[in-house]
Design a binder for this molecule. Structure first.
Ligand SMILES: Nc1ncnc2c1ncn2[C@@H]1O[C@H](COP(=O)(O)OP(=O)(O)O)[C@@H](O)[C@H]1O
Ligand SMILES: [Mg+2]
Ligand SMILES: [Zn+2]
Length: 512
């Protein structure tokens, strides 16, 4: 027999075999029982949750002549016919593979023919959001006056992309993620039927990994079967799913808590090189920290702060073209941030010392940084020149030329992908960043940014980066009173920003 992928082999054949989606199934069964069939249904929700499966089941159940409580009998003439691959009255159109104009046109021309064999002709249009505008319009016409014997079942993972004119003509059903227990049960059931030995913990890991999608869960099981010679264990699942074990996560967090900059950058590189999805890694760290808080049952402000920062980090990474750099820079900053105190009990002397230095320096440093920001913004806005900012924007892409520079590469990439220049004078430039916290990170390296600008734009600029919020505040001030911005000479003390730790971080960061 031809090999069949497991997820196909175990496609549910009737409503009772479906996991979850209880409300949807109840309504569909009742409509069959009460003979109140709508002309168009729209199924939407995440992938692998049963939309296509239920569409197929419904199209057969609704045609069964001896239907019992919504479950087709599998014996009547219609059930036998609808089980055939060549059944002409159940038509599946995959809008993802063709944009459907021809199919829909074809459909329109045939639509008034009565079903050849069954009670209802059912059109299943999968990934309906992919239809072209032309196809949507054609579909809309048929939905406006659907013939008695026709049922449309539209399915999509992207509800928002389906025109409201279509949605409003359909009975809609939201498909939910399938809960972990149900997924575990299904995986167990399939393992037994396939006579596969699998640890319970491995089943749990599959359920956790698949995030509510049964198709992904079954896919992972299939991969694990191909991979293991003996019983499938939890480590195999972690390995093939690219997941990081709890032990590794703990190890990583210890390095983080010990503020070992060198090691943390090395670890990140190791993860990165072995193909770990860094965004997923941060999500795992959040989950791990959260579990610790829950288990401790006490409010841990430090951990909560870390979670909050990691959460911002995930959002920033998703928006960035350089998630790895954002990850590294943010983690280093968190390690150097005196707000996040170290809770580790066995504090070494060396670390006490650095904590001490940090406490003394942090206030002073913040003042210096704020000062510098004010001065540079002021110096830009007291004499802004439109042409300069236009010229800078025109050459912005050239930042990419520095992308692989050992000294400036990281910063240049950050600048070119996530930063926008908004104002400039002859000697100053203001940048803004949409990403939370990124402007501060840039400012931590602002003298280096100055150098980058000197290289690219061939002029000695003093640069400063603002968050969008800060920039909006300044615009407001500017509109109220331009003259409040005065020119001030930058003093040399500003360059005495000495933090041994931060310096060290920089050096290391550039080495890697
Ligand atoms: N709710 C579910 N109950 C049982 N199996 C499911 C369910 N959802 C998905 N599956 C499994 O995943 C496979 C793909 O599901 P499918 O119905 O095509 O998902 P969707 O159309 O929502 O992406 C099915 O063949 C089945 O093996
Ligand atoms: Mg589908
Ligand atoms: Zn039947």
């Amino acid at each position: 027999m031809k090999y069949q992928a497991l997820y196909r082999k175990y496609r549910p054949k009737n409503f009772d075999e479906v996991s979850g989606q209880k409300t949807t199934i109840k309504i569909l069964k009742n409509s069959i029982k009460n003979k109140k069939i709508a002309h168009a249904y729209l199924f939407y929700g995440p992938r692998g949750t049963g939309k296509t499966s239920i569409a197929k089941i419904f199209s057969r159940a609704v045609n069964c002549l001896e239907n019992n409580n919504g479950i087709q009998c599998e014996k009547c003439n219609n059930c036998l016919l609808s089980n055939e691959k060549e059944c002409v009255d159940i038509i599946e159109i995959d809008a993802a593979s063709n944009n459907g104009v021809d199919e829909i046109r074809d459909l329109k021309s045939k639509i008034n023919f009565v079903p050849s064999e069954l009670k209802y002709k059912v059109y299943i249009i999968d990934e309906v959001h992919m239809l072209s505008i032309g196809a949507f319009n054609a579909l809309l016409k048929t939905l406006e006056e659907p013939p008695e014997h026709i049922i449309f079942i539209l399915a999509t993972t992207e509800f928002n992309k389906v025109p409201t004119t279509i949605v409003s003509r359909c009975q809609t059903f939201e498909f939910m993620k399938i809960n972990e227990n149900d997924i575990e049960e299904k995986i167990k059931e399939i393992s037994i039927k396939e006579q596969i030995k699998i640890e319970h913990e491995a089943i749990e890991e599959i359920a956790k990994y698949s995030n509510g999608g049964l198709r992904d869960a079954i896919g992972l099981l299939e991969k694990a079967i191909a991979y293991s010679e003996d019983e499938i264990n939890v480590n195999t699942i972690k390995e093939i799913s690219g997941n990081i074990s709890n032990k590794e996560l703990e190890n990583f967090l210890t390095i983080f808590e010990n503020k070992n900059i060198e090691l943390i950058l090395k670890k990140i590189n190791e993860f990165y090189n072995s193909g770990v999805d860094l965004i997923k890694l941060v999500n795992d760290l959040i989950e791990h920290e959260k579990n610790i808080i829950v288990n401790q049952k006490q409010y841990d402000t430090n951990k909560c702060l870390i979670i909050k920062k990691l959460d911002e980090l995930v959002n920033n990474m998703k928006k960035s073209e350089n998630p790895k750099i954002i990850f590294e820079v943010t983690l280093l900053n968190m390690m150097l941030d005196s707000e996040i105190e170290n809770n580790n009990k066995n504090i070494t002397e060396k670390k006490e010392q650095t904590e001490e230095i940090k406490k003394v320096n942090s206030e002073q440093k913040q003042n210096i940084k704020n000062n510098l920001k004010e001065i540079r913004v002021s110096n830009t806005l007291c004499n802004p020149e439109k042409q300069i900012i236009i010229d800078i924007r025109a050459k912005w892409n050239e930042l990419k030329n520095l992308a692989f520079d050992t000294e400036y590469g990281n910063l240049a990439r950050l600048l070119s992908s996530d930063i926008v220049p908004v104002a400039a004078s002859k000697q100053n430039i203001i940048l803004t960043s949409k990403l939370v916290g990124l402007s501060e990170q840039i400012n931590n390296d602002i003298y280096k940014v100055d150098k980058i600008f000197e290289k690219i734009f061939e002029n000695k600029y003093k640069v400063i980066c603002l968050s969008e919020n800060e920039w909006n505040q300044y615009i407001k001030m500017y509109k109220q009173d331009k003259n409040s911005f005065k020119y001030t000479e930058e003093h040399d003390i500003l360059k005495n920003e000495k933090t041994s730790l931060r310096e060290k971080a920089r050096e290391l960061f550039e080495e890697i």
